[in-house]
Design a binder for this molecule. Structure first.
Ligand code: ZN
Length: 298
């Protein structure tokens, strides 16, 4: 969905990603106003690679200390959710189908946004996710991607969450980029799950660990990319809590969304289209996940 034509508005019906939704909202609330279809779902066909190679670092005695330093994530499972799908725009009927999320029904998935030059959010999220996967696998983690470019659309948001749940992920992250047209809007933000309790969702148990994960991601991403927290949402904190994203509401494992910046911002659009910057972004995500996972391991 190329929102060049939609530029004017806050509600990029087709593309808007994340919390920005075009209006310069400096709120760290749960973003009800931004209730827009998002992504984040899962599918029963995870593109798991890395059935972790033999945990050689964890099977020996005290001498394994140095080995485990080389593979600090051995035995851990991470689910990475590349937001949207590059083919969603060709499957609007399928992605507009409503699915149950924590708090009602929402469309299966959305197309995502793009830079003004037409580089799509879905291309960006998939590229960064693959880079994160490589880094984490090298550190010994088992990594599952919710989609790896092989599907014609989706997965739906509920599926994206289900993949993380089914994998019993130690941490899950959904990678996105925002599409705010507010003048000067720039910066990244992490979206944390809010409290949702319904017949199909209960975020209570994941609120605290997701908060820790989100703060670890925020710190690491800022460090590796040099990016600032968003100036148009979250009061400059880089953190926003939302209850309207099925990918978070339906998660039973610690999970956050990362909006890596604003694709509509001219300066940041140069970042998104740069492989060098995307690698830095991936290193930030991997570093934040590693901090969280090694912290919880003790
Ligand atoms: Zn998105």
């Amino acid at each position: 969905m190329l929102a060049a034509a939609l530029a004017a508005g806050a509600a990029l019906a087709l593309g808007g990603c994340g919390g920005g939704s075009g209006t310069a909202k400096a709120s760290s609330g749960d973003g009800r106003s931004a209730a827009r279809p998002h992504s984040a779902s899962a599918s029963p066909r995870p593109s798991s690679r890395s059935l972790s190679p033999s945990p050689s670092s964890s099977d020996s005695g005290p001498a394994s200390d140095s080995a485990s330093k080389g593979r600090p994530l051995a035995g851990r499972t991470v689910v990475i959710d590349p937001g949207h799908n590059i083919h969603n725009a060709d499957h609007t009927t399928e992605i507009n189908k409503l699915v149950e999320m924590g708090d009602g029904k929402k469309p299966c998935d959305t197309t995502g946004t793009s830079t003004n030059g037409g580089y799509s959010e879905a291309s960006f999220t998939l590229d960064v996710s693959r880079r994160v996967e490589k880094i984490l696998e090298a550190a010994g983690a088992k990594v599952v991607l919710t989609q790896n470019g092989g599907r014609s659309w989706g997965p739906c948001v509920d599926e994206r969450a289900a993949i993380g749940n089914k994998a019993h992920a130690d941490a899950a992250i959904s990678i996105h980029a925002d599409g705010s047209n507010a003048a000067g809007a720039h910066g990244f933000h992490v979206i944390l799950p809010g409290r949702v309790h319904s017949s199909v969702a209960n975020t209570g148990p994941i609120l605290a660990p997701s908060g820790v994960l989100g703060r670890d991601i925020r710190a690491a991403f800022a460090h590796t990319t040099g990016s600032s927290p968003a100036n148009y949402i979250g009061d400059g904190s880089g953190l926003v809590t939302r209850t309207d994203l099925g990918g978070l509401d339906l998660s039973t494992v610690p999970k956050v969304f990362l909006e890596c910046g604003n694709m509509r911002n001219a300066t940041e659009s140069r970042n998104f289209t740069s492989p060098v910057w995307r690698q830095k972004a991936a290193e930030g995500v991997a570093s934040g996940l590693t901090a969280f996972l090694t912290r919880s391991t003790g």
